[in-house]
Design a protein around this ligand. Structure first.
Ligand SMILES: O=C(O)CCC(=O)C(=O)O
Ligand SMILES: [Fe+2]
Length: 401
């Protein structure tokens, strides 16, 4: 859908937002003012990957065709699983760790299967990976054209497609400067084609702390009653890059591409799994289109709080040096923790573009298939009775109806 250009009158203007952010910019806000702390240690082994903000200017992004590699994958994921020593699911809803795989050695078939596994499990983890940033970018490019971020830092060595995550002792996070709720986000959901199979590798990290959590949009969708699911399927929402760009400017940083706002369906269907996922996030989703403000605020608040508070949808990962996570940005939300100061934590992200988000109605029209509720499909495959009587969900969902 077309980007929207205007704000509602009730929202602060861009100038007012910048003014409000100016005070805030002096303190650390990991979400709106990207990492600018630097201890000045240029002998550090990964100094070439320290953050930089070159004064580049890029054109608005255009629509591009992206065919998901997961569609070509063997559904049993035989090549990938047979290469692994162990496949360990971390929770029923989300998160799988694969042991014994060297990501430098993946065949194209295994890369396709990894994309499928990430689409099904939301996030997949590997440890002790020697894969360097060039290998990480190549892997991401197998899945889609790479995204370049308009505001977050790139490495000093000029790799424009790399998003750098960096914090060291030079700046102490100030918990008063940001809310834990707004830290939950899916990356750049304001883009016309937000990312798909995204990877983050920690190259330097604290002994303890700096965990990242992910929350499943499939599980969030599955948790609701049939009537509410249907209601959500008919809605779309505005995702905005404006606050992020304003935050960067207020911190004195250059914005490399003008911010946009884009409307996406509130429930999107994953093109490979065919499962329905809630696609809103506290970081970037501002309002639901065409609803009274009170209703939009109430619905978004419910969804945001379930994303960030419901442990049944979440997995939390303890990184080690050379751990790498792959998450499907179309169907999960994530949040970092900032509990590790004064330790250094340094990670590099590679971010392929996905398709334009597809609503349930469009998916069913385009494919002739029925979009599914992931949890119900899994329970049905296990032979469980998950029928609904129209008045409410069955016991299998765990409701008190
Ligand atoms: O630092 C982290 O764990 C995650 C940062 C983040 O949100 C990202 O790189 O997309
Ligand atoms: Fe992120």
């Amino acid at each position: 859908m077309a980007p929207v250009a205007t704000h509602e009158n009730s929202e602060p203007t861009q100038a007012e937002r910048i003014e409000a952010l100016k005070n805030e910019a002096q303190v650390f806000n990991p979400f709106y003012s990207p990492s600018i702390g630097d201890d000045g240690d240029d002998k550090y082994e990964f100094a070439q990957f320290k953050p930089s903000f070159p004064k580049l200017s890029w054109e608005p992004l255009k629509e591009i065709e992206v065919i998901d590699r997961g569609l070509a994958a063997d559904p049993t994921k035989k090549s990938l699983f047979s290469a692994a020593q162990k496949v360990r699911h971390l929770t029923p809803a989300i998160g799988t760790e694969l042991l014994g795989i060297d990501l430098r050695q993946l065949s194209n078939a295994q890369k396709d299967e990894l994309a499928l596994l990430v689409a099904e499990r939301g996030v997949v983890f590997f440890r002790d990976q020697e894969l360097d940033i060039h290998g990480q970018l190549d892997l991401a490019r197998h899945w889609g054209p790479l995204h370049k971020h308009a505001t977050t830092p790139i490495p000093r060595n000029g790799l424009e497609e790399v998003h750098v995550v960096y914090n060291d002792s030079s700046r102490r996070p100030d918990p008063a400067s940001f809310s834990k709720l707004e830290l939950w986000h899916t990356d750049v959901s304001y883009e016309i084609q937000p990312p798909s199979t995204t990877s983050l590798k920690v190259i330097t990290g604290p002994d303890v702390g700096g965990d990242t959590s992910w929350s499943s949009g499939y599980a969030l969708y599955s948790s609701f009653s049939p009537g509410f699911q249907k209601y959500l399927e008919g809605l779309s929402a505005v995702h905005s890059a404006v606050a992020q760009a304003d935050g960067a400017r207020a911190a004195g940083l250059h914005v490399r591409r003008e911010p946009i706002e884009t409307i996406h369906p509130v429930v999107r269907v994953h093109p490979v799994t065919g499962w329905k996922s809630i696609y809103v996030n506290p970081g970037f989703t501002r309002r639901i289109v065409g609803l009274p403000k009170a209703e939009s605020d109430a619905i978004l608040s419910l969804l945001f709080h379930q994303i960030s508070e419901n442990p049944d949808f979440q997995v939390r990962f303890k990184w080690e040096k050379n751990s790498i996570a792959f998450w499907d940005n179309r169907i999960v939300t994530h949040s970092a923790t900032f509990d590790f100061w004064p330790a250094t934590r340094h990670a590099l992200r590679a971010t392929p573009h996905g398709e334009k988000p597809t609503s349930v109605a469009d998916y069913e029209k385009q494919t002739g298939k029925v979009a599914k509720d992931r949890q119900l499909e899994i329970w049905r495959q296990q032979g469980l009775d998950v029928s609904t009587d129209g008045a409410g969900p069955t016991k299998a969902r765990g409701y008190n109806d």
